[in-house]
Design a protein around this ligand. Structure first.
Ligand code: 2YM
Ligand code: ZN
Length: 371
């Protein structure tokens, strides 16, 4: 079996399960901390593991540019290179090229672009993206796709969705099948119900071990995102994991879990940690705010992380104001731990058939906060 998926419990459309990969199991619903350039920024791998995270995300685009996929392969692959022994999922680069690279040209072949690092010329084809993710030794690789920017006209979205379907076929043909490794397809189609259904049906017909919902979290807003999930998720096979790419804020995740999504990734907990934003059980907190200057209480009294059991808000406020590197490190660790606690609560609630109550509690908690 490429990637295993055991469904353990259901609560409405929500599922409690386990994804099985060559490098270990992932309890779902799961949140993957983003490790774009072979590091979850500001955290050591053992500290990432201590938060409860079981799988991290890497990026083909960044790693092909620096240090290069061949270099990572030469050094034993991404697990050895970044000392992360657990499962790794890598994004295929299509989205990152469109959001980061310069002078991009996309056509049937693939996408040509200049590196945002040094301006050097590169090309990413479906076959190349699969080869790079193989060199990285990713347990779960993503097909190369095109993620249309929000607001593009329907006919362009339709053409883009069809291109991604043709690229899915080419990726599947190029993928080296191995037990514990799998290639996931990505459903596109913008905000159009019929295009989403057409994409999901075509990809399901190609029989992938897992399916991502792409083309969301591109500024459409939560209501539109949930509406697209309501249309798309029921078209995906129950027995395969579903991955919502780039999502999201805590309440985005709650609503997507209620709609049957199993896997998530987002830069929010790590990126916010570097900009003094903390997620807490009392809502979001900006620790730079002067009101924390002499506050002896922990950042989040309901949090079980090492940061909240050791340091005061006053100390974290001081570190941030002083520009001390320990500030972003501690806030990142807390935020990643917060996201893992959120997923733990959701998994336990689904297993107990109590997701509606737990989701209501989480919504009430997040309604407070100062941002
Ligand atoms: N291969 C691929 N295909 C997608 O359609 C895709 C769609 C995505 N949508 C996002 N959204 C990220 C939103 N994020 C929210 C926090 C601040 C930075 C941006 N990431 C994505 C990644 C993606 N990767
Ligand atoms: Zn904490």
């Amino acid at each position: 079996m490429s990637i295993g998926f055991q469904l353990q419990a259901r609560d409405g459309a929500a599922r409690r399960g386990v994804v099985e990969t060559a490098h270990g199991r992932v309890d779902t619903p799961a949140f993957m901390p983003v490790g774009t350039a072979a590091t979850v920024k500001a955290m050591r791998p053992q500290d990432v593991a201590a938060t409860g995270a079981q799988m991290v995300l890497g990026n083909t685009y960044h790693l092909m540019l620096r240090p290069g996929a061949e270099t990572v392969a030469e050094l034993g692959g991404l697990h050895r290179f970044m000392a992360w022994p657990g499962p790794i999922l890598t994004d295929s680069g299509g989205y990152q090229v469109m959001s980061l690279a310069k002078l991009r040209k996309i056509d049937e072949r693939g996408v040509r672009f200049r590196s945002h690092i040094d301006g050097s010329k590169h090309e990413l084809t479906p076959e190349g993206a699969v080869e790079i993710q193989d060199l990285l030794d990713a347990d779960i690789a993503m097909q190369l796709d095109e993620c249309p920017a929000a607001g593009r006209p329907r006919d362009e979205v339709a053409d883009s969705m069809q291109l991604s379907l043709r690229w899915a076929e080419r990726c599947r043909a190029a993928f080296r099948e191995r037990a514990g490794y799998g290639l996931f397809a990505i459903v596109q189609g913008g905000m159009h119900d019929d295009l989403r259904r057409e994409s999901a049906h075509a990809l399901t017909g190609m029989d992938f071990p897992g399916y991502a919902v792409g083309g969301l979290a591109v500024g459409e807003g939560q209501a539109e995102m949930f509406r697209v999930l309501d249309v798309t998720v029921p078209e995906l096979p129950e027995a395969k994991p579903r991955y919502l790419m780039g999502v999201g804020r805590p309440l985005d995740i709650v609503g997507a879990v209620e709609r049957g999504i199993d896997l998530f990734d987002c830069v929010l907990p790590t990126r916010s940690g570097r900009t003094a934003q903390a997620f807490t059980h009392g809502g979001a907190v900006n620790i730079r705010n002067a009101r924390h200057r002499r506050d002896p209480r922990p950042l989040d009294p309901a949090c079980g992380c090492g940061v909240c059991s050791t340091f005061s808000r006053a100390y974290l406020h001081h570190l941030i104001r002083a520009g001390e590197m320990l500030g972003p490190m501690l806030l990142t660790e807390h935020n990643v731990f917060f996201y893992q606690t959120l997923m733990h609560r959701l998994r336990d609630a689904i297993a107990a058939g109590a997701l509606a109550d737990e989701a209501a509690r989480i919504r009430a908690e997040q309604a407070a906060g100062d941002i």
